[in-house]
Ligand binder design. Sequence first.
Ligand SMILES: [Zn+2]
Length: 325
Amino acid sequence: MGIEFSRQFALRYVGAGARASATVAAHGIRATIADRLRKNRWLSPQARRATTEKIDQTDLKIGYPDEWPDVATFTLTESFLANVVAARGAQRKKSGEQMRAPRRRSSWEMVVSPNGAAGPAAARLMIPGGYPDAFSNSIIITAAYLFPPLFDASAPPEVHYGAFGSVFGHELVHVLEQHEFDRTGQPGELWTAADITKRDELVGVSWAKPMLRASTARRRSTRTLLISAALNCLRGDGRQLGSRVDERGSDGITAAQRFFYSYAHGWCGKQLPDAERDTIEHDGHAPRRFRVNGPLANSPEFAAAFRCAPTAKMVRPAAERCSLW
Ligand SMILES: [Zn+2]
C-alpha cells in the first residue's frame, strides 16, 4: 500500500515540474563537486581518480521513479486483520525473491526508516528526506522533499539552490566520504591509508572523541564545500545567474544574499542544550545552529555577499578556516 500511496502523492501533488527543476539542480551540483574533486590537492592521484569516477556515476534518484516497483497482488477484503496478514505475507515473499535476485542499482527499494517505521524507500516517498546508499552508489531524494515549504520550483533559483541544493550536496558528500565502497557499490577501498590520515588531519579532530563547542563546530563545518558548490552553480559564465548573483533586487537584497537566507532558513529551529548535546553525541551531524554558523563563518563567499568586516563574528580568520572538499 505504501508504494501506491507514494505514487498517488508524487504524481498528483509533486509532479514532473518540481522533479525536473530539482533534477537540473542536482546534476549541476554533482558536476561542480566532481570538478572540485578533480582539482583536489590532498588526495593521492589514485584516490582522486576513483572518487571522481564514483561521483560521476552516482545514480541520482530525485522525487520518484520512472518505473514504479511492483506492488504485490493480493486481495483486499473488509477485514483489517486479513488485509494486514495478506500484505505482510506478500511482502515476505517479495523479500525472499529479492534476496536471491542480483542487486539492481536502479532500485528504489532500499530499506529506510524515517520516523521509525522501516520499509522500502519507494513506499516512503511522502515523508521528506534524502538517503545516500553506499551499496548501490545512489542518492534518493523523496517526493515530499520537493514540496513546499522545503522546495518550490517557482521560487527564484537562488532560493532552491540555497535549500535543496545544499541538502543534495550534503548527501553527495556522504557518498564521496564512503570510500570503502566503489562506484558500483561493491566493497572496495578507494583511498590509501595516507589519504585517510590526511583527511583526519585536515578535519583536525578525531571522529571518535566528540567534544562540545569549538571542536564540534569545526569538525562539522568541513562541509562548506556544498555551499560554495551550490553557489558556484549560480554564478560564473554561462551559469544560471552569472554576474546577476550580486545585483540588488527591488527588495534591496542580492541573489547571493537570498541564497544564504534560504540556506539558513532550511535549518531554522530551536534546540535545548540537552538536545544539542544529544545530537553531537549520537547523530553524526551538527546541531542546527552550527550547521548554519559553522560553514558560513568558513565561507569567503558568505563574507563577500554580506560585505562582512574581517573582524566580524561570522568571519573565521583565514588561518583557522576549515575547508575539506
Ligand atoms: Zn547527513
